[in-house]
Design a protein around this ligand. Structure first.
Ligand SMILES: Cc1cc2nc3c(=O)[nH]c(=O)nc-3n(C[C@H](O)[C@H](O)[C@H](O)COP(=O)(O)OP(=O)(O)OC[C@H]3O[C@@H](n4cnc5c(N)ncnc54)[C@H](O)[C@@H]3O)c2cc1C
Length: 437
């Protein structure tokens, strides 16, 4: 499954409102030589190139099948927060509190690094510092308070508890009880962000080739030859950062990927109604496994996301699904038009942690960030760049998360069944809550 220029059917609001198409070097043609080739200009690839440049490595070529940000990185919810797709409690259980605290701490630093680069390069990406809030769907204040305490004690991760009144000052919906606010988190326009970073790389002289799908990677004497339709690049090192959009270039790693879709829709402008529902411009998700995620946009629209599935649904189907979810939380918005609807592929490994490392024949990879990709791809760029410049100690922490076969179609069916099962559990917990009140 390779991303073509069309991307996912359904233009995102980000694309529809972008200033204009970014222009890099265009499709690769002819023969080239670089120290390093990065395949994929999602945030994993662009962050790797940025971290390399920050370490003085500029002989870097980025090859992208579509445009930078065509994949998940330019069409996501825009939440920038700490943590991995593997839940924090799961991480602690798997590796113990000390290691979990180290790994989680790196994602918090990465949230800061995303922000620092935005400031340093003056990237205009509708940055919103109001932050990210986790709203409790099940009315279990004690449970959420205990969770915040556990995260603080085990990971050194601060989450500010919001009682019902406190949450009500940020989000006006009878669906929720209490909530947690993550200091330092923020939300932004992910397409403007990645285009801004890409522009900086281009201006610094890196070779960014859009519309250049890589067809084949070949191990040659003293390095690699990377083949596109119209040209080739010889390089000492290659970094594979193709997200959930390719599973053919290096099967030994990519067979560990499960591409999983999630969906977003954007309302018509809501005017003053938006401020009555979200008095503060926070980004919100909730405590269900199958949670909604939403945030206000600068022109008073609401961006609404949710669901995961193995299906690449059409915009009309996405609208229907998400309109139902939206009505549940904000009944006053019944009948509001959803103007754009789209989806995107995330990639997951079975263990739900990123795949970061190097194959036995020397190909670097940075894949499988799941639904927590903005900070973790930025971290991946740092770790891979460190290793490429001779400091691999931090990357070694990811050795334990190896690319194990994801089970092909059977694995994807298992993912879908697990989602439905957990969605069923959400439903029963919700019924219990209603019975209690
Ligand atoms: C709808 C949606 C909402 C999300 N919301 C959030 C959120 O709010 N916060 C958050 O942290 N994370 C979110 N995520 C997850 C996050 O977007 C991803 O984890 C992250 O963007 C992955 O980045 P990546 O660079 O690995 O992959 P991608 O961004 O998918 O980039 C991979 C790139 O590789 C290119 N490519 C593939 N094959 C080839 C080839 N053969 N040759 C050249 N190029 C190739 C693709 O065209 C693509 O541009 C969301 C994801 C989706 C889909």
């Amino acid at each position: 499954m390779t991303q073509d220029d069309e991307g996912w059917p359904g233009q995102s609001w980000y694309e529809a409102t972008a200033a204009g198409p970014w222009k890099g070097k265009g499709p690769l043609s002819g023969d080239h030589v670089h120290d390093i080739v990065v395949i994929g200009a999602g945030l994993a690839g662009i962050s790797t190139a940025t971290s390399l440049l920050e370490r003085g490595v500029s002989s870097v070529c980025v090859l992208e099948a579509g445009m930078p940000g065509t994949g998940a990185s330019g069409r996501n919810g825009g939440f920038v927060f700490a943590g991995y797709s593997l839940a924090n409690d799961g991480l602690i259980k798997r590796v113990g509190a000390d290691e979990a605290s180290t790994l989680h701490g790196w994602t918090r630093e990465s949230v800061g690094l995303v922000r620092k680069r935005i400031d340093e390069h003056g990237i205009d990406c509708q940055f919103n510092a109001a932050g990210v809030v986790l709203a409790d769907w099940f009315g279990d204040d004690e449970r959420l308070q205990k969770f915040a305490g556990r995260m603080h004690d085990a990971l050194g991760f601060r989450l500010d508890f919001l009682d019902r009144e406190g949450l009500g000052q940020l989000v006006v919906s009878s669906r929720y009880g209490c909530g947690l606010h993550e200091p330092g988190s923020f939300h932004f326009n992910p397409l403007m962000h990645i285009q801004g970073l890409t522009r900086c790389l281009h201006e610094a002289g890196l070779s960014i080739h859009e519309h250049s799908p890589v067809r084949r990677i070949e191990r040659g004497p003293g390095g690699w030859i990377v083949h596109c339709e119209g040209g080739r690049v010889k390089a000492g090192e290659v970094v594979l950062a193709t997200g959930g959009y390719d599973r053919t270039l290096q099967a030994s790693v990519q067979r560990a990927l499960q591409p999983v879709a999630t969906y977003i829709a954007v309302t018509e402008p809501l005017g003053s109604r938006l401020g009555r529902l979200l008095p503060q411009p926070v980004a919100v998700y909730d405590t269900r496994f199958a949670f909604d995620y939403y945030r206000p946009l600068p022109d008073t629209r609401l961006l609404w996301g949710g669901r995961i599935s193995i299906a690449d649904r059409r915009p009309a189907a996405i609208r229907n699904l998400l309109a139902r979810d939206l009505r549940k939380v904000f009944p006053d918005l019944a009948g509001v038009r959803l103007e754009q609807a789209w989806g995107g592929w995330m990639s997951y490994a079975r263990h739900e942690m990123p795949l970061l490392g190097r194959t036995p024949d020397g190909l670097w990879y940075a894949l499988a960030f799941g639904g927590h990709g903005m900070a973790t791809t930025t971290l991946a760029g740092e770790l891979v760049a460190e290793a490429l410049t001779g400091h691999g100690a931090r990357l070694d922490h990811f050795q334990r998360w190896q690319p194990a076969w994801a089970g092909g179609w059977l694995g994807r069916a298992a993912v879908q069944s697990r989602y439905w099962w957990l969605q069923g559990l959400d439903y029963w917990r919700e019924r219990r809550r209603r019975a209690r009140h």
